[in-house]
Each structure stands twice: as C-alpha cells, then as structure tokens.
Ligand binder design. Sequence first.
Ligand SMILES: [Cu+2]
Length: 150
Amino acid sequence: MSIKTKTLGLSFGFLLFSLTGLFLIGSIGSQGTSSNGNSQIKVITLVAKGMAFRVQDSAEPDRSTQPKVIRESNPPLILTPGEQVKLIIRNEDPGILHDLALEGLELGLSRPLQYGQSDFITFTVPTKGRLEYFCMEHPEMMRGEIIIKE
Ligand SMILES: [Cu+2]
C-alpha cells in the first residue's frame, strides 16, 4: 500500500464530503417554498421575541443552527392573491404567552404558546380585502400589516 493510494482515497472522501455539503446548501436555499401536490406553499416563520413579531428568513424553525432573524418589529408581509401560505410562529419570550391570529380571515391558533413552543396556521391569500396578523394576547403591541400585491 503506497502513500499515493492513501492520499487518493482521502481526496475522494473529501470530494464526496464537499458534494454532500453543496447538496445540503442547495436544499436550504430552496426551503422557502415546499411542494404540496400540485400547489406551492409559501412558508413564513414569525418569531415572537421582545414583545414583537420578527421574521426569520429560513422557512422551518431549526434549532441546530443560529436562526437569522430580521430585526424589524412587526414587519409588513407582502403576499400574492390566491397564494397558499403557511405562517409559522415560534415563541422566544421566556415567561410570556404569545399566539397568532389573522384579522380579516377570522383565523387563529386555538391556544397560546409557551416559551419555546411553535405552531402554524395555513390560509389562502384573498384577492381583496385587508389583512393583519396579530397576537391575541397583546393585540396592540404585536400587530403587523399584510400587503396583498400582484
Ligand atoms: Cu403576544
């Protein structure tokens, strides 16, 4: 067994490892929409933190990586008419209950979330009307606009 063969084996292993890495990065990049039969669902993750909603830019909550959170409080969500949306909420406020509801669609979680818990609501964006997302526990502080735009 020569040293050369061993090095070759190592390089091959490294190549495989790199390819796997690239594949994983590719999967993460496409997380924003997931296919469900013949329809596309847009996934948006809201994090309740510091008595406000923030948008997490990766689709699914993933505790293994540091989530990248957009700092803006209660940012407007821009959605397309007819689009199917999965709105995930995760409570990251220790000791405070939060939940999520949609004004204009009369839709909401059936129970508030404890710290660390998450849940979601799914809905189809109406073609017209006015929507707002809000926390039923703190409807004044935690409320954001949903802009419906073609
Ligand atoms: Cu709240």
